[in-house]
Write a protein that binds this ligand. Structure first.
Ligand SMILES: Nc1ncnc2c1ncn2[C@@H]1O[C@H](COP(=O)(O)OP(=O)(O)OP(=O)(O)O)[C@@H](O)[C@H]1O
Length: 235
């Protein structure tokens, strides 16, 4: 039996004449945490949208090992509804009977059980992203897609959120794909880092222990070099 969660084969995406992605080949294993990095406009978010089924590829196949997997996406913008409380926001898309109890559990998981009755405007950016994470987890996703969710946070909050996301993804055995501009974040969090360069998946770097600062820095330098390509050498 394969342990593969999704297989992406020869995927291409065009918008009109503009080729965004081509020949993307990637297998993601169950419970694996991968990061997608690359230059701005390189097609990372586009690939994430194709995997989420929010858009259709122009060519190639994206096959999941099980039918209709539950997929949730978390974006840089928390997308909370300002007129609902934190508790109501977490329950918003959930149809479970035990929703209230479960929402409390999810808020506890992200360290916000005491903020349930507040409104999003009363929370910090980091806290709002925790709520967005709790809301995503309510669906018990098998695949969690993170589209630069920590991009707007300060360095310390960002680091705390990285640790929280990692802990939850491991505990809940989620398969996770993170899109990030921060190469250090990618190396620190992911089991594998995939570089999207010139519209295709170019390079895979095995993750290192996230607390080994020196190894993270060296691996990040290698990945950055691959993102930049010849510009890094000649430019
Ligand atoms: N709906 C669309 N119609 C036309 N072009 C689009 C559309 N969506 C994205 N693009 C283009 O596709 C390219 C890739 O965008 P995408 O957002 O996937 O890149 P990215 O690597 O995630 O960038 P960033 O790191 O800046 O978020 C960009 O040139 C963008 O302008």
């Amino acid at each position: 039996m394969t342990d593969e969660f999704v297989k992406i084969r020869n995927v291409a995406k065009n918008y009109g004449d503009k080729v965004i992605l081509h020949d993307v080949n990637l297998s993601i294993q169950n419970h694996e945490f991968i990061a997608l990095v690359g230059k701005s406009g390189g097609g990372k978010s586009t690939l994430l949208r194709l995997i989420a089924g929010l858009e259709k590829q122009s060519n190639g196949e994206i096959n999941f090992s099980q039918e209709n997997p539950i997929i949730r996406v978390m974006f840089q913008n928390d997308r909370l509804l300002p007129w609902l409380t934190i508790g109501e926001n977490v329950c918003f898309q959930s149809k479970n009977k035990e929703t209230q109890t479960e929402a409390s559990e999810m808020l506890e998981l992200v360290g916000l059980s005491d903020q349930k009755d507040k409104y999003p405007s009363q929370l910090s950016g980091g806290q709002k992203q925790r709520v967005a994470l709790a809301r995503a987890l309510m669906a018990h996703p098998q695949l969690l897609l993170l589209d630069e969710p920590l991009g707007a946070l300060d360095a310390l909050t960002r680091r705390q959120m990285q640790d929280l996301i990692l802990k939850i993804c491991r505990e809940q055995k989620l398969t996770t794909i993170l899109v990030t501009h921060d190469v250090n974040e990618a190396v620190r969090m992911a089991d594998r880092v995939i570089v999207i360069r010139d519209g295709t998946s170019r390079f895979e770097e095995t993750g290192v222990e996230s607390d080994d600062v020196a190894k993270v820095a060296i691996a990040a330098e290698t990945v950055l070099h691959d993102i930049m390509g010849e510009e890094a050498i000649y430019g």
